[in-house]
Design a protein around this ligand. Sequence first.
Ligand SMILES: [Zn+2]
Length: 213
Amino acid sequence: MTESPVSQPDLDLDQVIACHGCDLLLENLEPEPGARLCCPRCGEIVKTRKIDSINRTLAFTFSGLMLYPFAMFEPIMTLDTMGLRNQGNIFSCMTNTWHSGYGFVAIIVGLTSVFFPLAKLLLLFLVALQLKQGRSTPTLARLMRIYVHLDEWGMLEVFMIGLLVTIIKIHHLAHIHYDVGFFCFIGLLVMALGSSLMLDKEEFWKRIEHGKT
Ligand SMILES: [Zn+2]
């Protein structure tokens, strides 16, 4: 008795998508803008289609970039203790930490709260702007890849939590005046989070790959 080889149907990889939760292969359907594709086996969200992702990402990143210099270099707050006034901004927080002998902490704060948030906003703005104009070059794919790698390293929200803890701890000891930098920093935080939420990575990658708008 001879065994005939089992013929494998041709599988077009663009037509299937694997569930991140249970690895079930699903038909790669394109959900309507604002809708989600969920796994029928484990309920994991497999794909989410964001509404007007490029324009919204562009708007949030542009607003974030406008707020960035004020959030970094304008004073965040003034502490008033028995006639002594002390004022500081985020950039001076980093340099003061460095001069106090905590070089490693200053570098981590500088990277996660100053450099990476700027790099993320700038990269995403450039990619969204190019896609909006209908351009797609190999450089664009490289910029998007760098953004994806940096995505986990911008930690403005962690700095904000640190700031709130400091305010709660010292508000009994000193009178706190909130300055322009504080409100710009909150604005920057909202814009940075908004740009991440509005970004539809799959749509961005698809447009970069096919060079279409
Ligand atoms: Zn699943």
